[in-house]
Write a protein that binds this ligand. Structure first.
Ligand SMILES: Nc1ncnc2c1ncn2[C@@H]1O[C@H](COP(=O)(O)OP(=O)(O)OP(=O)(O)O)[C@@H](O)[C@H]1O
Ligand code: SF4
Ligand SMILES: [Mg+2]
Length: 352
């Protein structure tokens, strides 16, 4: 159980692996101001399950991933892996944790070093993480086969510029898998909108999580792909989780006004996900009219009260004064909004 008394949808797949409770990150900015980039974020990642973290640019998604990967130090909260608390000061144990939790930043243009071959990129992590392996080149071949870069010997000597974007991504995944992780944090930047690459990547990730029983965090701007791919969806706004629940429910019957905006902005609000299957993702067609009643400016979260209050058509004085916490809804869902009686009058039946 994570967050409020909610049974995570992803828990149906397998045992809890990574758990974050009350995770927070403050950045000190020039002039002494503090940016609360992540606030009170709690969720679990389960073996063989996909949890999607969805939100606009700057909402804190990558910061959450970096906190989980041990690349940033958390300001608040706890993280446990298989029940063991994670402590950045714990030398060898922390290094072991970092190898178990791999973060793949999916920018095919910058994640690989242009002066090194594919073989070089994979040999190093194999030597580091698979010390018992005698035949390193065989292990490298196995990794390439795992990410379906075959025949492997055709890829080992290639340089990143000789590969397509999708192939470079596969190398990034292979490098992460060299550590034999339990958890994969897959971060998708906004620039990567090519539909064929996206589909290819989702299919590969889906295959890997099943075959290797990975606990997967899939970070995206695209709620349509989250429905297609994830067991559970967490929607972030202004550093907080504002809605969470089973992927199908959250994407088809969004309760929080911000999730409603995200769904309305997706390519086909009545049939999310099919656009992905038909290769239509990222075109954003037709969304603009539908979001008319919500201010679509990206002026950033409100400083006081509900972070969405300066864009929300339902905002009242209380919203601007007090920050709502996650409230339980039927079907193992939760949303952080004072006005769910209006935004989602029958619990989960709000129409966009
Ligand atoms: N090292 C840092 N120092 C100061 N502020 C930071 C730092 N890293 C991130 N931030 C700020 O924290 C907030 C959240 O950033 P983050 O990168 O997590 O967002 P995101 O949801 O991943 O966005 P995108 O979808 O564009 O990748 C942003 O306002 C960002 O400017
Ligand atoms: S708390 Fe108020 S401002 Fe925030 S989403 Fe709900 S109605 Fe809108
Ligand atoms: Mg990011």
């Amino acid at each position: 159980m994570t967050g409020p008394e909610i049974e995570a949808a992803a828990a149906a797949r397998g045992p809890l692996t990574l758990e974050a409770v009350g995770l927070g990150k403050d950045f000190k900015l020039a002039g002494g101001t503090v940016l609360h980039a992540v606030r009170d974020v709690s969720f679990g990642l389960y073996r063989g399950a996909v949890v999607a973290l969805v939100g606009e640019s700057g909402s804190g998604k990558s910061t959450v991933a970096k906190l989980l990967a041990g690349q940033e130090r958390r300001t608040h909260g706890t993280v446990t892996l298989d029940g063991t608390p994670v402590d950045a000061r714990a030398g060898r144990a922390f290094r072991r944790y970092k190898s178990q939790v791999q973060y793949v930043f999916q920018d095919p243009f910058s994640s690989l070093n242009p002066v090194h071959t594919v073989g070089y990129h994979l040999t190093r992590p194999v030597k580091l993480h698979q010390k018992e392996v005698k035949d390193v080149s065989q292990a490298v071949t196995a990794l390439l086969e795992q990410v379906r870069l075959t025949p492997a010997d055709q890829f080992i000597e290639k340089y990143p510029h000789e590969l397509s974007g999708g192939q470079r991504q596969r190398v990034s995944f292979a490098r992460a898998l060299a550590a034999r992780p339990a958890v994969l944090l897959a971060d998708e930047p906004v620039s990567m909108l090519d539909v064929s690459i996206r589909l290819e990547k989702l299919n590969l990730l889906d295959d890997l999580r099943t075959r290797l029983s990975l606990a997967l965090l899939y970070i995206t701007h695209d709620i349509a792909s989250a429905r297609y791919f994830a067991d559970e969806v967490l929607v972030m706004y202004g550093g907080q989780i504002v809605e969470r629940g089973p992927a199908e429910d959250v994407t088809q019957r969004p309760a929080h006004p911000f999730t409603q905006l995200l769904v309305a902005s997706a390519p086909d609000p009545d049939n999310l996900g099919s656009s992905l299957k038909s290769g239509n993702v990222g075109q954003n067609g037709g969304g603009a009219e539908r979001v008319g009643r919500v201010k679509s400016s990206t002026g950033g979260p409100a400083e006081a009260g509900c972070p969405f209050s300066n864009r929300c058509p339902l905002a009242d004085d209380k919203c601007r004064r007090e920050t709502p916490g996650l409230q339980l809804l039927p079907s193992n869902r939760a949303a952080a909004c004072w006005r769910l009686d209006v935004a989602a009058p029958s619990g989960t039946d709000s129409a966009v």
